[in-house]
Design a protein around this ligand. Structure first.
Ligand code: GLY
Length: 377
């Protein structure tokens, strides 16, 4: 089964990408829109790979030379960024370099793309903490106040698996495996929900406590974090075929699907459900759908793919941009962060487009159209 409007959805997406390329010229999109419109910005956030990734996906769907040209131009910007270490001070190397530079190497054979992505992988392993066996997410390396991992990093470690494959050097894979093991031992709760972040003792490396940054409260399930767990474990399964990765995938997915509201698009934290006045986070659903389709490709599980396609149809019907007058993004109704009494986030991009929502939505369209599609991750 393919949802009936798939080709229409791809055409809308193509038009949105085409218009943004024209309007932005050599600039990037910021992490999220304001009143559904992205202004121009520089390549200096953790999210910039997402806009480039969107262009790559639309190139693959349409084979348009202008999209390829723009994606290759972006490789120059990502090369500059890692060479000059511009805002390279966190673990988000996979988010930045997989959909941009790894993709450019895989799709167009770009050597600059390959070398820049390897350099980003080198930086990522420099954040590995032997005491605790994890990649430190944020802050100065070794800083006791920042001695923690976050679930989002499951999307950064595929860059390390790829770097070992392409260089033949196992050092990247070793870090990825250690980080994965530590993460799942800490963030996955007995009820299959997940912590967003987990602190360690910098002296002994012992796990200390789960704390949220973007969730509603420390013990709640932040919807996007749960989705990072789903797709991240599917990708780790691709590179390791480990039973543990499969188990994490199944458990995080079951929790996610069992807690979706009747109206399907999840609220930004699973503390909220039908009837809540809180905002939805469409990006969480887009990410989870991609994880489901990846796992279905890896295992041949057709039922899983059918479920993912049904969710994608809902996502398209309820959140996809179909009128360029409303937005220059792809997917409405996302949430970057929401301030609550017990988290340390601030309101940002609430009920807005965000570039990762746009990216994972078009990746899901790509996967719907092309089963077995080879991911950039
Ligand atoms: N990786 C950061 C976020 O999901 O907001």
């Amino acid at each position: 089964m393919i949802f009936s409007d798939l080709d229409k959805a791809i055409t809308y997406a193509e038009k949105q990408t085409e218009k943004s390329i024209k309007d932005l010229k050599d600039k990037f999109k910021p992490s999220h829109s304001t009143n559904n419109i992205y202004p121009m910005s520089e390549n200096d956030e953790w999210t910039n790979g997402m806009w480039t990734g969107e262009i790559n996906i639309l190139y693959e769907l349409t084979k348009r030379g202008d999209f390829k040209e723009k994606a290759l131009e972006h490789v120059g910007a990502f090369k500059y960024r890692i060479d000059e270490m511009v805002s390279i001070n966190n673990h988000d190397m996979g988010f930045l370099y997989s959909p941009s530079c790894v993709a450019a190497y895989k799709l167009y054979g770009s050597e600059d793309g390959k070398n820049s992505a390897i350099k980003a992988a080198d930086y990522l392993i420099s954040r590995y903490q032997e005491k605790g066996r994890f990649i430190q997410a944020w802050g100065p390396i070794g800083d006791p106040n920042n001695y923690r991992l976050i679930i989002d990093c499951l999307m950064n470690i595929p860059l390390l698996f790829w770097a070992s494959e392409v260089t033949g050097d196992n050092k990247y894979r070793k870090v990825a495996l250690a980080h994965f093991e530590t993460s799942i031992a800490c963030v996955l709760r007995p009820d299959d929900s997940t912590y967003h972040t987990y602190y360690f003792d910098p002296e002994t490396g012992s796990p200390l406590r789960g704390v949220t940054h973007q969730g509603n409260r420390n013990d709640s399930a932040w919807a996007r974090g749960q989705a990072w767990g789903i797709y991240g474990s599917a990708l780790s399964y691709r590179y390791t075929k480990s039973e543990k990765a499969m188990e994490v995938f199944k458990r995080t997915l079951e929790f996610f699907l069992n807690h979706l509201p009747e109206s399907v698009i999840p609220y930004w934290d699973f503390d909220f459900t039908d009837g809540s006045s809180e905002s939805r986070d469409s990006s969480a659903l887009a990410i989870a759908i991609c994880g489901m389709m990846e796992m279905s490709d890896l295992t041949g599980d057709k039922e899983l793919r059918e479920k993912a396609l049904k969710l994608l149809e809902e996502l398209y019907n309820k959140c996809a941009v179909k009128d360029p007058e409303i937005s220059n993004g792809q997917l409405l109704h996302g949430v970057y962060c929401r301030k609550t009494p017990t988290n340390d986030a601030r309101d940002r991009g609430v009920d807005e487009c965000n570039t990762w929502g746009d990216y994972f939505y078009v990746e899901a369209l790509m996967r719907a159209k092309n089963p077995g599609w080879k991911a950039y991750w």
